[in-house]
Design a binder for this molecule. Structure first.
Ligand code: SAM
Length: 286
């Protein structure tokens, strides 16, 4: 792609920027800070595939920035045209600028800046065999990103962040989701808000707890809505959250480790809860 080619399709829509001190770039560079992301309601997603997935799933793009080295790449040209058609600003920038925005030495050649989007708990209605993951005060962006990705892979319908949680739209979390942040609805709520919603939830609420007395494999999860409650990395589940569960489950362990990593435990639980539905899907594919 060159400016002349792009200009003929979308006059004046591709802006070439080479200076780190350009005000647009200065603004984009602030998005690594949560406060700035919250104020602007925006976040950065890195990589062509993620940007394509996001647009396919209807997310609103505000800015697309691509490196000079991407010029001539038909997929980048196509996504630039889509970004323009969706009202986004399209920037051709240097790799140094992409590095500065993403704070990476070897940045992706394409990044997208998208509007943040949260779901409401009210939209997690609990119909059919819907499964939701609710996490108490998750701290680690890598854990949260991995949980969102795993929830996507297991076919969960949403992720609920309870209390003070790490930002699902931080660069680290978005990276760890590998694009699933665009596919899995995320809601955030206070502990009290969650407990109120739990009263109306028509299905099973299971918590995981190191002192749980029930083996996680002994429950029949089939054909009912399920909320899986996971605890904070350091403190586990709060007492009130633990008390609101129908069952407190434990994943049996051997060896010296006193607990599993939060994201690993969530993965084990999700694939057990979704096992009947996933087994059925597998059989139907044969
Ligand atoms: N020190 C914390 C505690 O006492 O709960 C450890 C928390 S653990 C790192 C994070 C979360 O992963 C736990 O709150 C629980 O939800 C889940 N988890 C980890 N290992 C588990 C196990 N063996 N059985 C059930 N849940 C587990």
């Amino acid at each position: 792609m060159n400016n002349a080619q792009t200009s003929s399709r979308s006059p004046g829509q591709v802006k070439e920027i080479t200076s780190l001190t350009n005000p647009i770039i200065k603004d984009l560079r602030t998005l690594h800070r949560k406060r700035s992301r919250d104020e602007q309601g925006l976040f950065v997603a890195e990589g062509l595939k993620l940007v394509i997935d996001a647009l396919d799933l209807g997310w609103t793009i505000r800015t697309l920035a691509f490196a000079r080295s991407a010029i001539g790449n038909p997929a980048v040209e196509k996504i630039a045209a889509r970004a323009v058609a969706n009202g986004g600003l399209v920037l051709q920038v240097t790799e140094k600028i992409l590095s500065a925005i993403t704070r990476r030495d070897n940045p992706q050649m394409v990044i997208g800046v998208f509007e943040q989007r949260y779901s409401t708990l009210g939209s997690f209605a609990g119909e059919g065999g819907s499964v939701y993951v609710a996490i108490d005060r998750v701290r680690d962006p890598g854990n949260l990103g991995t949980i969102i990705r795993t929830a996507d892979a297991a076919g969960a319908k949403g992720v609920v962040l309870i209390g003070e949680s790490t930002d699902p739209f931080s660069t680290e979390t978005v990276r760890a989701t590998m694009g699933s942040v665009f596919a899995v609805p995320v809601a955030r709520v206070s502990e009290t808000g969650f407990l109120d919603w739990r009263e109306t939830f028509p299905g099973l609420v299971v918590g995981t707890h190191l002192s749980g007395s029930v083996d996680y494999r002994s429950i029949d999860y089939a054909n009912r809505p399920v909320v899986l409650l996971m605890g904070n990395e350091q403190q586990g589940l709060s007492d009130d959250l633990a008390n609101c569960c129908d069952h407190l489950l434990r994943i049996p362990q051997a060896g010296r480790a006193d607990s599993l990593n939060l994201a690993v435990a969530t993965g084990i639980m999700l694939f057990e809860i979704r096992r009947p539905a996933l087994t059925l899907e597998m059989q139907e594919q044969k």
